[in-house]
Design a protein around this ligand. Structure first.
Ligand SMILES: O=P(O)(O)OC[C@H]1O[C@H](OP(=O)(O)OP(=O)(O)O)[C@H](O)[C@@H]1O
Ligand SMILES: O=c1cc[nH]c(=O)[nH]1
Ligand SMILES: [Mg+2]
Length: 217
């Protein structure tokens, strides 16, 4: 069977709660950031459920020997936050992947053309063959930014199957684009919204995630 994009919207009350907080236009930046931290935490928790590399050994309890499973340091893990908005999820994501390296990628959309451009790229020249990578990108709108990020990662040796995206709101244009170009990719998102308007905003969405997180209106 051909590979297909898989999109998970975990049906969790905490995710729904914090999604409501970030959607509310009255939420101030401090609370908006806390809510994104919580969303990053719970979506990452769901995303790595059967994906974190583990190894089983034995430990001595005070009463005897028993098997114990630990996070394996052998498989390289990484998180790639897409600046700026992706930074706001990181406080929640990083404790879930404590051994991950962080590689920053700064992208900004031109407000008229909606084309992304890259202003910071701290990706390694090549990812290790067994690497597993989480992308932190809260908004998947037209899909231009995530497509640019995926191209940077796949040019550095990763396959879509090695990558999972943590998103907050995903819209159909971005999902269609990713499905066409990167089947095998997996997305964990708090919501799939109806549409993207003529100005590139997700509707109903939550507005400009970067501006709301950092108070730069
Ligand atoms: O799917 P797209 O249509 O490409 O839109 C999504 C991008 O737009 C926002 O970034 P923005 O350019 O606003 O930068 P910021 O995070 O610094 O605010 C958002 O954080 C995504 O990266
Ligand atoms: O709705 C949108 C679309 C792109 N980027 C955002 O921050 N919000
Ligand atoms: Mg922005």
């Amino acid at each position: 069977m051909p590979l297909q994009l898989r999109v998970y919207v975990p049906p969790h009350a905490l995710i729904q709660h914090w999604l409501g907080v970030v959607r509310d236009a009255q939420t101030p930046p401090t609370l908006f950031r806390s809510a994104l931290t919580e969303l990053g935490r719970w979506l990452a928790y769901e995303a790595v459920r059967e994906w974190l590399p583990t190894e089983t050994t034995e430990v001595e309890t005070p009463l005897g020997t028993c098997p114990a499973t630990f996070i394996s340091p052998a498989t390289p893990m990484a998180v790639v936050p897409i600046l700026r908005a992706g930074l706001a999820l990181m406080e929640g994501i990083l404790p879930v992947v404590p051994l991950a390296n962080v590689y920053h990628l700064g992208l900004v959309r031109n407000e008229e053309t909606l084309e992304p451009s890259c202003y910071l790229n701290r990706l390694p020249a090549q990812f290790p063959a067994e690497a597993r990578v989480l992308i932190s990108e809260p908004m998947l709108a037209t899909g231009g930014s995530i497509e640019a990020a995926m191209k940077e990662l796949t040019q550095r040796g990763l396959t879509p199957e090695q990558i999972r995206i943590i998103s907050i709101v995903a819209a159909p244009p971005a999902l269609q684009r990713l499905n066409q170009q990167f089947p095998g990719l997996v997305i964990y998102t708090a919501a799939i919204d109806e549409s993207v308007n003529d100005h590139g905003w997700i509707v109903p969405g939550l507005g400009d995630a970067g501006d709301r997180a950092f108070g730069t209106f």
